[in-house]
Design a protein around this ligand. Structure first.
Ligand SMILES: [Zn+2]
Length: 477
């Protein structure tokens, strides 16, 4: 099967140019000047399918490096399975995800990795890889880190919050980082001071402050800044590279920027919710159905931050200046009925998470329209850097010969009304993005040479997606 995508503006992280893209089988075979022949070989009359994309952008498929499909959390499971979540991702122009294998205290990381492989196998619409979460850092976990790298799991996530569930103490973090410094693994950190948060939460509940808004108030920016700094110092001490997930506080951004200016391998990720949504909007949220519990729709950790304090503005700026390097979703959806409502009387019982895997490419494209970032930077933040950061670049994250045929045709004159209830494809009974209007549209999504979304139809098949065995981060020497 040969496909020619002609007359498009190809957008890579390095810039834009008019070009025709030839996909042969699962791989991009050539990127050539529009209408050109290859040594007299007429491309158009020698391919099976020609897609004329005049006036539209041709971009590498999105890489969402932070998702939690069917993750067990707080007595329930994230509502998207690998099947529904990856299909929704495809709808939104994302052609690869990196999901998290969960290891709770006492469990064997390798067994958990095998369990996650079994959950995903044969179910995914797009390609997928895995990071490994380590909670308690046992000696066997350190050995497992070497073995998992051989399996293509080259990044390990630790938590400084969620005591008794995920939290690693500083000594455990130190040991894991020492291992990362020696075997080349990228160490990922959920940076919030869990002990401080646990006290603030119990004080709020005791005082009768039980509504969802208090989730944000009890996870203040100081707890994020402090933990981010502590993680940076532990990484500095051990020499491990550090990747801070879902950064939301401007003070944490500044810690990361300072460490980078000092020459340390520290990277930061943010998510669309920290660019667009705020604590004030969560406070103001109310509906006939839910009352002020409406705010539970936006309970996630790290929490939404105050717009009056300027976190969102600072974050857009950090994306432009590269103080923050990439945007993932932290896709971790829960329904309001039967899941979020476990916290009706106590915000600390609300499962933490927002579903966005379908909307990331659109929401970030709106950042181009609004003048925050350039077109190439859009591709860099959502595809190229995630691919490089997690050892997938060359195959993913770029339109070039030899890359996987993961291509999205994006229409800058199109329009997308996102998040209006029941129009999205994520397995959720609400949308955190209801009412958002985007000045662009995902027209066609090609995953390893196969069209999976076209003209507002899903035309792929369950199991199209394959496991991607990642290498070490391509940002590290
Ligand atoms: Zn997460």
């Amino acid at each position: 099967m040969k496909t020619l995508i002609k007359n498009g503006l190809v957008v890579n992280a390095t810039g834009t140019g008019m070009a025709d893209v030839l996909i042969d089988g699962e791989t991009i075979a050539a990127v050539v000047a529009p209408g050109s022949t290859l040594l007299g070989f007429n491309l158009e009359s020698n391919v099976d399918v020609v897609i004329d994309v005049t006036g539209r952008y041709v971009i590498p498929g999105g890489v969402d490096a932070h998702t939690h499909m069917e993750m067990p959390f707080g007595g329930t499971n994230a509502s998207d399975t690998f099947e529904t979540g990856t299909r929704a991702a495809a709808w939104g122009g994302t052609t690869s995800i990196v999901d998290f294998v969960v290891q709770y205290p006492g469990e064997n990381p390798l067994e958990r990795y095998n369990a996650w492989q079994a959950k995903a196998a044969g179910n995914c619409a797009i390609d997928y890889g895995f990071h490994q979460i380590l909670s308690d850092v046992q000696d066997s976990s350190l050995t497992a880190m070497d073995e998992l790298i051989e399996e293509g799991v080259s990044s390990f996530k630790l938590f400084m919050a969620y005591k008794g569930v995920f939290l690693s103490d500083d000594g455990q973090i130190l040991k894991a980082m020492q291992k990362g410094a020696s075997n080349g693994a990228l160490m990922m950190m959920h940076a919030e001071n869990g002990s401080v948060i646990d006290v603030l939460v119990s004080q709020a509940i005791a005082a009768g402050n039980t509504s969802p808004y208090h989730h944000g108030l009890t996870r203040p920016w100081q707890a994020e800044e402090e933990a981010t700094h502590r993680a940076i110092m532990l990484a500095n001490l051990t020499g491990a590279p550090l990747y801070v997930v879902h950064v939301s506080a401007k003070q944490a951004v500044d810690q990361i920027a300072m460490a980078r200016d000092n020459g340390q391998n520290v990277f930061g990720e943010t998510c669309p919710q920290y660019l667009y949504l705020s604590l004030e909007e969560q406070l103001g949220a109310s509906s006939d159905e839910w009352g002020t519990f409406e705010g539970a729709k936006w309970v996630c950790s790290t929490p939404l931050r105050s717009r009056a304090e300027g976190h969102q503005h600072h974050m857009w700026q950090a994306l432009r200046t590269n103080d923050i390097q990439m945007v993932s979703t932290d896709h971790c959806p829960f329904c309001m009925k039967g899941q979020k409502d476990m916290g009706l009387a106590d915000f600390s019982k609300i499962p933490n998470g927002i579903g966005s895997v379908e909307h990331r490419m659109d929401l970030m494209y709106q950042g181009v329209v609004d003048g925050h970032i350039t077109l190439p930077r859009w591709v860099e933040l959502t595809s190229t850097t995630p691919a490089r950061m997690f050892g997938m670049y060359g195959k993913k994250g770029v339109i070039q010969p030899g890359a996987d045929g993961d291509v999205v045709v994006y229409d800058p004159k199109g329009h997308t009304s996102i998040g209006v209830q029941k129009t999205h494809h994520m397995n959720m009974d609400y949308s955190a993005w209801e009412g958002y209007e985007i000045d662009g549209h995902v027209d066609t999504v090609i995953s390893r040479g196969k069209v999976v979304v076209d003209n507002n139809q899903y035309v792929g098949t369950k199991g199209d997606g394959k496991y991607f065995k990642r290498g070490l981060s391509q940002y590290l020497i």
